[in-house]
Design a protein around this ligand. Structure first.
Ligand SMILES: NC(=O)c1ccc[n+]([C@@H]2O[C@H](COP(=O)([O-])OP(=O)(O)OC[C@H]3O[C@@H](n4cnc5c(N)ncnc54)[C@H](O)[C@@H]3O)[C@@H](O)[C@H]2O)c1
Ligand SMILES: [Zn+2]
Length: 356
């Protein structure tokens, strides 16, 4: 498997075996000190492979935090900054974020603020972070229960995407992350959509590294193109929010219930509803069939609709009380902006409920 390099204006995203690109990249850089960040799970499942692939010494300083979104907060940042102090990280040090989106967002944020900014690299280990979170320079933490409310835009020094980390990822995380691959296909790559629309759980679980690398290359190409065109989210980057206006509301609402939805499960429902709201699309029935194969059905009760609408109104993309969503239009990388009324959104939720 060869390495594919996406060159962005000030950093590269390399997709392929870490051993082929990371050691040479690191040698060129001459950092004064290193600190590896991971969580309890990535320490167990990814750190040994990372050290083996990169040849870094086993005594490389490691800061390990508890896993999960619940720890993506300022208290954990204080622990990480403490580790940076102990590891004597000066301005020419390097932080290596080995983990999913939580490690990438929070480790990046801590690095970007330590001594007014030290270099960091993203080594994503979940499908979601490989195809989405690690790319684009958005960093941050949750505050007072509001997701990503404190953060900065700061690009990493490099991103290394190696599918060899995927086999230990829990299956539900894998299927959930796949929703972002689906989103990228629908907004920008009809050929990728053709290649993945027939997938099912078995096929995803048993895909080998070369198959993942090809799929990731195509999916990452879409994200890279969008963020390169709109680094600060003023225009076309809104297209990456497809499925997320309704999806985030569903994710938040179900989080307080006995059967929470994983992020991608919520986004998958959001994409079905939002595409229906936009008047449908040729691929909508195929998307619904794919969702039925990959995700457990989770209809939301009618009684929850007003609460879901209220959650959508809090979405940061809105202007003056309206609820905004962006859906793919005809042709790759073209976008429609919708501002539906509550009744239309309820109708789209019913549409999902009836099909599942
Ligand atoms: N910055 C962005 O542009 C952006 C975009 C999308 C999402 N995000 C953020 O990403 C976060 C979600 O990311 P995520 O889904 O990767 O969550 P995560 O980092 O919590 O990882 C999910 C779980 O998988 C475990 N894990 C990670 N890699 C593993 C591996 N290879 N083997 C076994 N277990 C492994 C983790 O410990 C965790 O328990 C959210 O906080 C979200 O806000 C950021
Ligand atoms: Zn998402």
């Amino acid at each position: 498997m060869s390495t594919h390099v996406f060159q962005l204006p000030d950093y590269a995203v390399q997709v392929g075996p870490l051993e082929d690109c990371f050691p040479a990249w690191l040698r060129q850089r001459q950092h004064s000190a290193l600190l590896l960040l991971c969580d309890d799970n990535t320490r167990q499942h990814c750190l040994p492979l990372f050290l083996q692939k990169t040849g870094l010494p086993a005594d490389t300083p490691v800061a390990c935090i508890p896993a999960g979104e619940a720890h993506k907060n300022i208290e954990t940042c204080a622990l990480l900054w403490q580790k940076m102090l102990e590891a004597r990280l000066d301005r020419s040090a390097l932080v290596i974020n080995l983990g999913g989106g939580v490690i990438g967002d929070m480790g990046g944020f801590c690095a970007a603020t330590w001594k007014r900014g030290v270099d960091f690299v993203q080594v994503p280990t979940t499908l979601l972070s490989m195809t989405d979170a690690a790319i684009g320079g958005k960093l941050g933490i949750d505050f007072q229960g509001v997701k990503n409310s404190v953060g900065v835009f700061q690009n990493p020094a490099a991103v290394f995407v190696d599918p060899d980390f995927l086999p230990t990822l829990p299956a539900r995380e894998l299927y959930s992350g796949f929703a972002e691959v689906v989103k990228h296909a629908l907004i920008g790559d009809a050929e990728l959509w053709e290649n993945i629309r027939q997938h099912d759980r078995e096929r995803l679980r048993h895909s080998d590294a070369a198959t993942w690398a090809a799929m990731l290359r195509a999916s990452i190409a879409v994200k890279v193109r969008v963020v390169a065109e709109d680094p600060f989210e003023q225009g076309i980057r809104a297209l990456l929010n497809f499925g997320h206006t309704i999806g985030h509301a569903l994710e938040s609402w179900w989080l307080e219930r006995d059967t929470p939805l994983a992020h991608g499960e919520a986004i998958a429902i959001g994409m079905v509803c939002e595409a229906h709201l936009a008047g449908g699309a040729a691929w909508l029935p195929q998307l619904e069939a794919l969702c039925r194969r990959l995700y457990p059905p989770q209809p939301s009760p009618e009684a929850a609709f007003p609460a879901l609408w209220a959650l959508m109104q809090q979405d940061k993309k809105n202007k003056a009380g309206a609820v905004r969503m962006t859906t793919p239009a005809e042709g790759a990388f073209s976008m429609r902006v919708l501002e539906p009324a509550a009744a239309e959104v309820y109708q789209s939720l019913r549409y999902y409920n009836q099909g599942f």
